[in-house]
Design a protein around this ligand. Structure first.
Ligand code: NDP
Length: 332
């Protein structure tokens, strides 16, 4: 039997393009004892994948040229030779970008899609929700009344960070790239203020105006000039949560920015990077709390669903052009 897969055709230089991917046919082998045959339902596209397209050592191995891209997928079991899985089960796993595949069952996690729609396990009840939860609470250490600034605020992680900050009784200011996103932050997610960084010529001044008491927690999803403008408004004993640097993922050279250390030093600021995987032992705690907040109506979210397996590269590349509101997922 044949299926389709998306491979890394070449490594990008600068901004990744559709030409770095290739759609091709491949065989689906017969199912052996201990294996399952899966059909992909929802595929996650995430900014960190841009790093995996490069060669070189990182916290996760690079994709190999000529081999399928791999990422978080929600799939349905359509045939099983495993006693643990039955036809119709839905699973979450790190899987190749193939329409159908036969895999061993270690690494698969059953999801209960009677609790929430299947795609939520890629967002609010999955990696991006957990990133917001642990990064903000563990490193940000919010107190009621703190002023929180979130960059990449209208995306999968940022929109959840802002809402958790509101649950923690903080004042929240979001930064995003369109007026529609700014509106959504205030009207749907309850941010106190939101700034369009693309139309605001004096971002540092706009942040100062929105944060008259300074910034106590900066949740940084983007890096680059936006972060320079936020950090210029940072308070004594503030916490900077380094979650992502999407503004730099396609850069070919490391840009020079202001030297921040004197300000961090004299204002006793903590700046800490993290990878969500650091918290894997505590994922059940995070999932439980996120699910409770969703159930109680305290946490809402947004998904941008792109239809069609072959649209995966387009959806992924759209992340770097702000095409998504909330979590970007592809429905096969
Ligand atoms: P998003 O859903 O936020 O999608 C990316 C968004 O980033 C776009 O919609 C766009 O929004 C914004 N963006 C793109 N390019 C730029 C740029 N040059 N400057 C400023 N903003 C830009 O992605 P996620 O929520 O999944 O991820 C957010 C960040 O968190 C990423 O940097 C990601 O790598 C990181 N991350 C880190 C994890 C960790 O373990 N540390 C885990 C998961 C994510 P706009 O229209 O506002 O420009």
């Amino acid at each position: 039997m044949k299926t389709q897969e998306l491979i890394l055709a070449s490594r990008p230089k600068g901004m990744a393009t559709k030409n770095n991917f290739e759609l091709r046919e491949t065989d689906v082998p017969a199912v052996k004892e201990g294996e399952v045959h899966l059909k992909g339902m929802y595929y996650s596209v995430d900014p960190y994948m841009r790093g995996r397209m490069n060669e070189g050592k990182s916290y996760v191995a690079p994709f190999k040229v000529g081999e399928p891209i791999e990422g978080a997928v929600i799939a349905e079991v359509i045939d099983s030779k495993s006693s643990e899985y039955s036809k119709g089960d839905k699973v979450h796993a790190r899987l190749p970008w193939r329409k159908e595949m036969v895999v061993k069952t270690d690494g698969l996690q059953k999801i209960d899609d009677s609790l929430a729609p299947a795609s939520y396990f890629l967002s609010i009840l999955g990696m991006t929700g957990l990133t917001a939860y642990f990064g903000f609470l563990d490193i940000g250490k919010p107190s009621p009344g703190d002023t929180v600034v979130v960059s990449g605020a209208a995306g999968a992680v940022g929109s959840v960070v802002g809402q958790i900050a509101k649950i923690m009784a903080c004042r929240v200011v979001g930064i995003a790239g369109t007026d529609a996103k700014v509106k959504m932050l205030k009207e749907k997610f309850g941010f106190d203020e939101a700034i369009n960084y693309k139309t605001n010529e004096d971002l540092k001044g706009a942040i100062a105006d929105s944060c008259p008491d300074g910034v106590d927690i900066y949740f940084d999803n983007v890096g680059g000039p936006i972060s320079d403008a936020v950090i210029a408004n940072i308070n004594f004993h503030a916490r900077i949560v380094l979650c992502g640097q999407i503004a730099l993922y396609n850069a070919t050279e490391t840009p020079n920015g202001p030297r921040l250390q004197p300000m961090l030093l004299t204002r006793s600021v903590l700046m800490q990077g993290f990878i969500v995987r650091n918290y894997s032992a505590r994922f059940p705690e995070g999932m439980k709390q996120l699910a409770e907040w969703v159930k109680e109506g305290k946490l809402t979210f947004e998904e941008t669903v792109v239809n069609g397996f072959e649209k995966l590269p387009e959806a992924f590349l759209g992340l770097f052009h702000g095409d998504n509101k909330g979590k970007m997922v592809v429905k096969a």
